[in-house]
Design a protein around this ligand. Structure first.
Ligand SMILES: CC(C)(COP(=O)(O)OP(=O)(O)OC[C@H]1O[C@@H](n2cnc3c(N)ncnc32)[C@H](O)[C@@H]1OP(=O)(O)O)[C@@H](O)C(=O)NCCC(=O)NCCS
Length: 181
């Protein structure tokens, strides 16, 4: 099997992540059966984390937002979940990018890590994963809007070489852009 085919197979089946301290997590593409676990994951985020992720303070996911987040085609909208081992497989993080219909080759990213798992390097690793996958898919640009007070997200984006720019909608937002080659 060619290296490219192997890489694609890896992207489809997922990978094991071993963390400092010995925790093992499984990164895999979001699957159609994940809706209930996704609802638990997003509703379990603290209000602060939900504001940082969605830019507004929703108390819980509406059925339509849940549908939007879980009915993904894994082509124009690609999503991964990081899950605990075992049959329950609770979701501890979610990362995705969605093709921008107005700009061929461009996509918008978003990610969230459960509060209890933040600050352990998962966000950085997930963002690097999104960049790798976007590049592998042949996208030219990956971008996202980040709240200006999201210091952790901005720090990791800066470290990964993502451009942080002013946003046309105002100083409360930062436009993060990365050109892929
Ligand atoms: C933003 C988020 C994805 C980052 O994930 P994470 O796993 O917590 O981040 P990491 O552990 O990878 O840390 C990334 C960097 O943030 C910085 N950081 C860590 N803890 C921090 C803190 N308490 N305050 C400020 N910066 C901090 C560090 O620079 C760290 O890099 P390091 O590895 O050199 O220490 C996660 O905190 C989250 O889900 N937040 C809520 C939702 C959200 O903001 N999503 C992004 C929307 S665009």
């Amino acid at each position: 099997m060619s290296a490219a085919a192997l890489a694609l197979r890896g992207a489809a089946t997922g990978e094991r992540w071993t963390l400092a301290g010995g925790h093992v997590l499984h990164l895999r593409p979001l699957a159609p059966g994940d809706a209930a676990a996704e609802q638990v994951f997003f509703n379990g985020l603290s209000l602060d984390s939900r504001v940082l992720r969605f830019h507004f303070g929703l108390r819980e996911l509406s059925p339509s937002l849940l549908k939007l987040l879980t009915e993904v085609d894994q082509r124009l909208h690609r999503a991964w979940v990081l899950v605990l081992p075992g049959p329950e497989g609770a979701i501890v993080a979610d990362a995705r990018f969605v093709a921008d219909p107005a700009r061929t080759g461009a996509a918008e990213f978003a990610l969230a890590v459960a509060d209890a798992w933040q600050g352990r390097g998962l966000g950085r690793r997930l963002m690097a994963h999104l960049i790798t996958e976007a590049r592998r898919q042949g996208l030219r640009e990956l971008s996202g809007d980040v709240l200006a007070d999201n210091r952790r997200m901005l720090a990791l984006l800066r470290d990964l070489g993502v451009r942080l720019l002013g946003h046309p909608d105002g100083p409360q937002l930062i436009r993060a852009e990365m050109t892929l080659n």
